[in-house]
Design a protein around this ligand. Sequence first.
Ligand SMILES: C[S@@+](CC[C@H](N)C(=O)[O-])C[C@H]1O[C@@H](n2cnc3c(N)ncnc32)[C@H](O)[C@@H]1O
Length: 201
Amino acid sequence: MSDSHYIQYQGLKILKSSHPQVQKIKRKQPGHSAHGNKVWRSCFALIDYLITYPVEPKSNVLEIGCGWGVAGMYLTKKQQATVTGIDIDPNVRDYFNLQNTINHCTQEFQERGFESLSSDDLSHYQHLIGSDICFWDELTNPLFQLICDARNAGIKNILIADPGRPPFWHLADLCTEQLNSEVITRRILEPWKSEKYILVI
Ligand SMILES: C[S@@+](CC[C@H](N)C(=O)[O-])C[C@H]1O[C@@H](n2cnc3c(N)ncnc32)[C@H](O)[C@@H]1O
């Protein structure tokens, strides 16, 4: 397969929309309801942050709104993490599976909304990550509630990457006011020069 169908990043092959197997999946699926139709750029800033501040090897990690599962793939490869990716969009599963198969990664995928996660579900994980998941105003309060539940369930590290959309800043304000959190600006040069934000709780 030609390299022009991949972005190479941190030893991972990230599928581009032009990849023939991606095109094949797209042709047989109806439209996407919540933007799970490509890899979004904030996930590269999240990986960049995780390179500087790695999770401990073999951690249990939950990725919410995982899309094609790129950040989780990085953690399974580099930190031997056990990662569960959840996404509300059923169409994501085929891309997620393709992306992981091509990279010889094993991650569990669950088709569900993050709102459905119980304290018991959350208590299995040490880390909760997400990239570009706070893109509608309606997502801010449920995400804040999830973050509170995750902390109460014992998750010690929560990272939400974002390009800086207004709902994300609202979420960041809530976390700063009520929890011990900070927003870090992350400038990356690869695979594209860009600047994103990481909410660290
Ligand atoms: C902008 S995409 C980002 C995907 C991926 N994190 C990335 O960086 O490439 C947002 C993702 O969040 C998912 N999503 C939206 N609302 C959700 C919810 N309530 N629970 C779980 N996933 C959700 C969408 O289906 C989509 O895959």
